[in-house]
Design a binder for this molecule. Structure first.
Ligand code: NOJ
Length: 560
């Protein structure tokens, strides 16, 4: 690893993602807000994180909770004002924390002024800001399905054409082929960077370049629509656009840039993040989050640990010394990790700590999603009425119309629904977990009585302090940022073990992903481990004898 690679601040940083709507409501309207975030900056500082990623806070009609932007230069009213935002930025900076914004520029809201203009007629300036096509024999221009259900095209009667929306019909895709669109976006990015923001998390940024003739996609078994992803992910001009964005805006500031990139392979990721390509600092990818699904995300299959291990091995080794990746288990689109790969009942604390250990000792920039640091769990609301996410609600309607039994649909929502991540942050054991004094926009997870920040801060052995410790270790030992990676016991179905090594330091990480004791009968390793000391543990005492027995979800890190 060259010295230069260790120098960049974002390589040694830990990012904390805030979903503002669900973080903390300061004014009793049931919706989290910027002042709520300000009041918890000391809490985040205590955790030790370096960067806050704010999910979108711009003006939006909230079809997709802010991922449908109406005005890139205004703050969402429910969240506060531009003054509140500037105050938040200043207060974060005072505490040595940076803030990155969510940059959603694959699409806008259909209420954005560009789209309202674009819709007016075929021959005006803004028409070409979006992707309009005429239909084929009264049908959509191609067979693509939208990510949120139904076709990816919406018919507009006034001009007798369809516009493309890869997400909801209220999220029309921008036409990046048009240089005016790109220039407007670069100007908007500079507006925020000039205010002092420290970078961007770029929403589905590898979708912005589409294959121009938009060919039909393959219709997979059991599907109604074609899969257009081959023609809109990592498209023909994507690298050109990102290089242009970099030279016109990003290169002028010291930023953290992370591209959310569904469908990006390790080879793609290298192209996006190799510093000599001048595109982005890091990617945020999904392969490891798709291992417990079959045909689509709702089609659950149990995780095979060996698949997860091999996937991490591939990313860790291929990007080493060339590119850079994000490390995450959770975000606002994913179910809670302790419910997903751990055990959120009998071993909630042990498994949450083990999962954190396993991830945080890898190479990359770790992301902690609000509530993960206290081991928040998935939620099982009995009625669909209690769910708010449009993806979940659309899926429910679609499956119901196909005759799928309601309990079966609800079970898939319990396992994979995005609202698992979006229930209010649990601050204490008061009503609604201390999130609001009003009625929350989405109900709190009833487990807030037991799982909350106040309780976590009070207990020296809580998950919170485990995360705090992991973050501190990243600052202390270079091997975590720079060392190489070797997977150990590759085929073991329950043990995730790896070695990290630099010229001067070495780590061995042992994680039991099962609910059973796991005996490690490897005399050579056990002898070797005597030269190391334990720097992370999730059970109070560690016994190293002839065999090493890892208890349920035990996670250990040895250092020398
Ligand atoms: C990815 C975001 O993470 C997700 O929440 C959103 O719905 C889509 N992009 C569309 O913006």
């Amino acid at each position: 690893m060259s010295t230069k690679q260790c120098e960049e601040w974002w390589k040694r940083s830990v990012v904390y993602q805030i979903y503002p709507r669900s973080f903390l409501d300061s004014d009793g309207d049931g919706i989290g807000d910027l002042q709520g975030i300000v009041s918890k900056l000391d809490y985040l500082h205590k955790l030790g994180i370096d960067v806050i990623w704010l999910s979108p806070i711009y003006d939006s009609p909230n079809d997709d909770n802010g991922y449908d932007i109406r005005d890139y230069h205004e703050i969402m009213q429910e969240f506060g004002t531009m003054d509140d935002f500037e105050y938040l930025l200043e207060e974060a900076h005072t505490r040595g924390m940076k803030i990155i914004m969510d940059l959603v520029v694959n699409h806008t809201s259909d209420e954005h002024k560009w789209f309202l203009e674009s819709k007016k007629s075929k021959d005006q300036h803004y028409r070409d800001y979006y992707i309009w096509r005429s239909g084929e024999n009264d049908k959509e221009p191609n067979n693509w399905g939208s990510v949120f259900g139904g076709p990816a095209w919406e018919y507009d009667e006034q001009t007798d054409e369809y516009y493309l929306h890869i997400f909801s019909r209220k999220q029309p895709d921008l036409n990046w082929e048009n240089k005016n669109v790109r220039d407007e976006i670069y100007r908007m990015m500079a507006f925020w960077l000039n205010k002092g923001v420290d970078g961007f998390r770029m929403d589905v940024i590898n979708f912005i370049s589409k294959v121009p003739n938009l060919p039909d996609g393959i219709v997979r078994e059991g599907m109604i629509y074609g899969d257009g992803s081959l023609y809109f992910m990592n498209g023909p001009r994507i690298h050109e656009f990102l290089k242009e964005m970099n030279s016109e805006v990003l290169s002028k500031y010291d930023t953290l840039t992370v591209g959310e990139m569904p469908g990006a392979s390790t080879d793609d990721a290298i192209l996006y993040t190799d510093p000599s390509n001048n595109e982005l600092n890091m990617v945020f990818t999904f392969e490891h989050m798709e291992l417990d699904s079959r045909s689509d995300k709702w089609d659950y299959q149990p995780l095979h640990l060996v698949d997860l291990k091999k996937n991490f091995e591939k990313w860790q080794t291929k990007l080493h010394n060339i590119g850079w990746n994000s490390l995450y288990w959770n975000n606002h689109d994913q179910p809670r990790i302790v419910s997903r790969f751990g055990n959120d009942e009998a071993f909630r604390i042990e498994s949450a700590k083990m999962l954190a250990t396993c991830l945080h000792m890898l190479q990359g920039t770790p992301y902690i999603y609000q509530g993960e640091e206290i081991g928040m769990t998935n939620v099982k609301f009995p009625s669909i009425e209690q769910y708010k996410d449009l993806e979940t609600l659309n899926m429910f309607k679609e499956k119901q119309s196909q005759g799928v039994p309601v309990n079966q649909i609800m079970n898939s929502i319990y396992v994979k629904g995005r609202d698992n991540a979006r229930t209010p942050m649990q601050w204490d054991d008061s009503k609604h977990g201390g999130f609001t004094e009003g009625e929350p926009w989405i109900e709190a997870n009833p487990r807030y009585k037991e799982i909350n920040v106040e309780a976590a801060l009070f207990d020296d052995h809580s998950i919170f302090y485990h995360y705090q410790h992991l973050i501190a270790l990243r600052k202390k030992y270079d091997v975590i940022t720079g060392g190489n990676f070797t997977l150990l016991y590759e085929e073991d179905p329950n043990l995730f073990a790896y070695r990290r090594k630099s010229d001067t330091e070495e780590l061995i990480v042992l994680c039991n992903f099962s609910e059973k004791d796991l005996s490690l009968r490897d005399p050579l390793l056990i002898e070797d481990l005597k030269q190391y000391r334990v720097i992370v543990q999730n059970y109070q005492e560690v016994v190293l004898a002839e065999t090493l027995t890892l208890r349920p979800f035990e996670g250990l890190v040895f250092f020398r």
